[in-house]
Design a protein around this ligand. Sequence first.
Ligand SMILES: CC(C)[C@H](C(=O)O)[C@@H](O)C(=O)O
Ligand code: SF4
Length: 476
Amino acid sequence: MIVVDESTQHPPRTLFDKIWDAHVVCERPAAPPLVYIDLQLLHEVTSPQAFEGLRLAERPVRRPDLCLATVDHAVPTEGRAKPWADALAVEQVETLRRNCAEAGITLYDIDDPRQGIVHVVAPEQGLTQPGMVIVCGDSHTATHGAFGALAFGIGTSEVEHALATQTLAQARPKTLAVEVEGQLRPGVEAKDLALAVIDALGFGGGTGHVIEYRGAAVRGLSMEGRMTLCNMSIEAGARAGMVAPDETTFAYLRDRPHAPAGPDWERATAHWRSLKTDPGARFDRTVRVDASAIAPRVTWGTNPAQSCGVDGRVPDPDALPEGPAREQARRALAYMALEPGTPIRDIRIDRVFIGSCTNARIEDLRAAARVVEGRRVAEGVAAMVVPGSGLVKAAAEAEGLDRVFQAAGFSWREPGCSMCLAMNPDVLEAGQRCASTSNRNFEGRQGAGGRTHLVGPAMAAAAALAGRFVDVREVM
Ligand SMILES: CC(C)[C@H](C(=O)O)[C@@H](O)C(=O)O
Ligand code: SF4
């Protein structure tokens, strides 16, 4: 735990400023400051070269106790006990196993009940805590910002640097307040808010900034909803996203395996309560979003900013102002095989994927199961649920959600990234159209030629039943 000396007098500071100031190890004249890292998360895809670099330089991992590794990206979600067909996946997992054993880093391996997507497992264990600086060689590390941590993705050479020194050279980012006023309407999910925020900021609109999500609607979100929101910060180009910790945060963390316990808990919460933006603190930019105006959203394009309400229509690129957005929309419609003016509700789908670090936690699965209960997946649609972790899977099974999904015709899988990025056997075929609860709809993201529409978990469930997009509020 990092304790800031409260007696030091500062001008009003943002949450980001407080965490940053507490972590700068040294300022350097001609180079970015060195920042202390409290927790480094590792997975099988972006860590092998970093460990190899350390080996070549004969450097040890400085604080293996401040690292956690899991296998998630390449792992199959069924038939795991049999030999895996993908030799690269086998090699990546075996390499991580060897590296962690050598360095003394805890690994949630394939048969560990805690195994799962890195951004799901660390919060679940209480490792992610307010005020920390958290890094991972993964762009969706911003997820952990939901706890009032500064969490960001890093490249492989930075993974090596952080492993060797427990610090990183980081230029100070700018701050961006996203003020979400009002409340989300019933049936509108955190995912819809995330897509609306990205639409408001524009693809790349948050570049160079750390977002603080603020306002009544954000305070009203559960921890899981806040994780969904922070998770997608990178899709607006932001370095990180964060929410100030509050009673919701503390209630989530209490009694988790790695959360402070006993007298440490009181000390920790007393400190965490100080981690909020002071009145009068200045952000470099402020953007306002009206939560009550947000409807369930569906992306129609090939970047997450290209979305609209489920009642909307595929836009006409010619009606957009001349410029890059028009060109991008044209190209997106060609790839997505969509005609301008088509009602979103008329778009038929072939596949449904409920999973990923955006939307594969227990509340997401509950939201989807509530829609699915007692109904059937539409003829010709293949739908799957991939829990975010082994513990999410076990919790869902204890509540009978697996039976709800399977009775409706969904496939119920083992945890991992799965069809979020299709590095494992869960892949769209060319031309297939998928309603997906993941965070990226780039060309080929879920398989070459595959077409991805991003939605929230309840909307994905509703689409599975109807075989096309529908407003989940009408089928509840
Ligand atoms: C494989 C990894 C480097 C990548 C990322 O950094 O985001 C992945 O998690 C993704 O979502 O595309
Ligand atoms: S679930 Fe998807 S977005 Fe999240 S870490 Fe895995 S591949 Fe990246």
